[in-house]
Design a protein around this ligand. Structure first.
Ligand SMILES: [Zn+2]
Ligand SMILES: [Zn+2]
Length: 315
């Protein structure tokens, strides 16, 4: 994965790529089977990536490209300018991206470069396109994005990265909730009734002005978690920063009757709580990784919490 100066690394649903750092992720919809990402710069769309699962049958890529370009042409014509569309323009070669891609470009009111492909491994068909105006280096941007793009992770872990929060999550746990807003990013991953949560809040200098880290921890854990678990808070250096290590037991696990009934009902032990929370001075943010997990998930959770990057920028 080539890191380009002035670029940001994006990881989402198994996809990883670089885009220029001043492009903002403004839309992230769907799931790993059908999804869409859009990046804007000052309100202008710069890049869109879309994927869909094709679980059965053969994908005839050329047909898909034709179909897509036809609808694109109709849409562009409405802008009232003559539309030129060209196919197979070799923005990137199949060898360079190591997959069977079709590329195309258009010129109307805007200039766009696109790439479409089908991945046999994750069975997803994908389209990526980069848009700009004639005087802008749109082709270079497209090259940068397309060459860096990988559509699935090898192995059991996937890299997630948005707005300076980067971490790895196990593939089998599905992302069930994401909150992305200024000053707050939070992801929840689920496996049955178990959860792993990661996030960052900022600016730390404001959030922790009149508060100890422990008080802040209680706040972001939320009432439900605090009431459900007996949590032990311990100061600990984490990721090279001042932090807290949290260990909690489900209060119901104290009652033999509750434990018995639960085993009968679900066959599982009560989830236990694990958490790390630390203050990164360099980025002026508070990072955290929590887990409501079964005892056998402990090593998985530790790897998850360890994978969170805060101020380190090199990849
Ligand atoms: Zn793939
Ligand atoms: Zn840090």
């Amino acid at each position: 994965m080539p890191a380009v100066k002035g670029s940001q690394f994006i990881g989402w649903m198994g996809l990883t790529f670089f885009v220029p750092e001043n492009w903002d992720l403004v839309h992230a919809k769907g799931n790993r089977f059908d999804g869409y990402l859009r990046f804007d710069e000052d309100g202008v769309t710069r890049c869109e990536i879309q994927w869909t699962l094709v679980s059965a049958g053969r994908v005839i890529l050329d047909e898909q490209v034709e179909h897509y370009l036809k609808s694109l042409e109709q849409m562009l014509k409405k802008q009232g300018k003559p539309v030129t569309i060209r196919k197979n323009i070799h923005i990137v070669s199949r060898k360079q991206v190591k997959r069977n891609v079709r590329d195309f470009m258009w010129q109307a009111n805007t200039v766009g470069y696109g790439m479409m492909w089908f991945c046999e491994d994750c069975r997803r068909a994908l389209v990526a396109q980069v848009v700009g105006y004639e005087h802008e280096p749109v082709k270079d941007w497209a090259k940068q994005v397309f060459l860096s793009l990988s559509d699935h992770a090898d192995g059991d872990w996937e890299t997630w990265s948005v707005y300076g929060l980067r971490f790895e999550a196990p593939k089998g746990w599905s992302m069930s909730k994401s909150e992305i807003m200024p000053g707050k990013i939070r992801f929840v991953f689920r496996l049955g009734e178990y959860e792993m949560v990661v996030g960052r809040y900022g600016p730390a200098s404001v959030l922790l002005k009149d508060k100890k880290l422990e008080e802040f921890a209680v706040e972001i854990l939320g009432k439900e978690t605090v009431e459900r678990f007996n949590i032990h808070y311990r100061n600990e250096s984490l990721h090279g920063h001042d932090g807290m290590d949290l260990v909690g037991k489900d209060k119901r696990a104290k009652s033999p009757l509750h434990v018995f009934l639960r085993r009968l009902k679900t066959g599982n032990p009560f989830p236990q709580f694990r958490g790390w929370l630390w203050q990164c001075e360099q980025s002026n943010r508070v990072y955290f990784a929590f887990g409501l997990i079964a005892p056998e998930h402990e090593p998985l959770w530790e790897q998850f919490a360890n994978s969170v990057r805060c101020h380190e920028l090199e990849f």
